[in-house]
Design a binder for this molecule. Structure first.
Ligand code: TRP
Ligand code: SF4
Length: 328
């Protein structure tokens, strides 16, 4: 069976952008692929090293988000990055043959450095997070990596590392392929390019019905639509982009009615609310099941154990290929 590896930084709850970017693919492909999901707690420290105190709560939240969208813990291994020592070990080996320049010019690193304001003064760990992410992906010799568009340049680093390792030593790794969601990026509620926690423009998977209704109702639509029958421009409207993402069957019809001025924004938002409720109600029900005391812990411990076993196999191959298996 081919293998998937993907995952999330535990920096807070996951939102609809994560859902269309990667979670939807994880759920859909879990039956066809042997699946590993990393909760990248060490990677979170690349920006949050000075306030680690939220990690326990955020780890639990991200695990619950993954489980409640429908990943089956009997099938999928959800594990903690910091508890798989082979990932740290591979990170060190890989860092020997990737150049600082390649990392500095990585588009994702550049964008994120700007966001966090450390273009001038970047830590070694932040600059190197794509190397550690390559270790997340390659420790289980993954073939496919479902991610949002913004992460593709980071997956590119993993491909480079796999290729380079195979050339330098021995063929150990497949070249992992990034897999984007059908909707490459989801616009935030404020109409800004991307739904993102730091921009505060998100609908979270764990939001209550009432919060979602309020968020949709206060979202900005086409400013040309002052009266209910003013002709609209759906292509510039956030709500319409959500219809395309979550309500593709009706979106053509909504587009036409918006242009003709035969649907009002309030009605259009109400319909969107119903669509999101239909998506999120089963998510809420599953969450309640997984919230039972001890359950998340048990799932993470067993996923981590499976990851360590796989990591052990890969590190044996790597040490042999690099001639550092002295006493085997
Ligand atoms: N960098 C990813 C993000 O910020 C999270 C992540 C960590 C990841 N390790 C990974 C994604 C490995 C895919 C594969 O969303
Ligand atoms: Fe947007 Fe719908 Fe209003 Fe058109 S009718 S502007 S798509 S909310």
């Amino acid at each position: 069976m081919k293998r998937i590896l993907t995952g999330d930084r535990p920096t807070g709850p996951l939102h609809l952008g994560h859902y269309v970017g990667s979670l939807e693919n994880r759920v859909r492909l879990q039956h066809e692929y042997d699946t590993f999901i990393v909760i990248a707690d060490v990677q979170t420290l690349s920006t949050n090293f000075d306030h680690p105190e939220h990690l326990p709560e955020d780890v639990r939240h991200v695990a619950l988000d993954n489980l409640s969208v429908g990943l089956d813990p009997d099938r999928v291994n959800i594990f903690l990055q910091s508890m798989v020592p082979q990932i740290a070990e591979l990170t060190v080996f890989f860092s020997m043959f990737i150049t600082v320049n390649r990392l500095r010019h990585n588009p994702t690193i550049k964008t994120e450095a700007k966001q966090h304001g450390f273009e001038e003064n970047m830590t070694y760990g932040f600059l190197g997070y794509p190397v550690s992410q390559a270790a997340d992906i390659l420790f289980c010799r993954a073939d496919v990596v479902p991610v949002g568009e913004d992460q593709l340049p980071v997956v590119e680093v993993s491909r480079f590392i796999a290729r380079r390792f195979n050339e330098l030593y021995e063929r150990v790794f497949p070249e992992p392929e990034g897999l984007e969601g059908e909707i490459p990026r989801l616009v935030g509620l404020d109409g800004k390019t991307k739904m993102s926690k730091s921009l505060g423009n998100c609908i979270y998977l764990s939001d209550k019905s009432e919060d979602i209704r309020k968020k949709l109702m206060s979202a900005v639509t086409d400013p040309a639509r002052i009266h209910k029958d003013d002709p609209g421009h759906p292509e510039i409207c956030t709500i319409f982009s959500y219809h395309k993402a979550f309500n593709s069957i009706e979106s053509k019809d909504i587009e036409e009615r918006c242009r003709a001025g035969t649907i009002g924004c309030v009605g259009c938002k109400k319909r969107m609310f119903e669509v999101l409720e239909a998506l999120l109600e089963p998510v809420r029900e599953r969450r309640i099941r997984f919230e039972k005391p001890g359950m998340v812990k048990e799932i993470l411990l067993s996923g981590t154990e499976a990851a360590r076993i796989e990591g052990g196999k890969t590190v044996d191959l790597v040490r042999k290929a690099m001639h550092i298996n002295y006493f085997d």
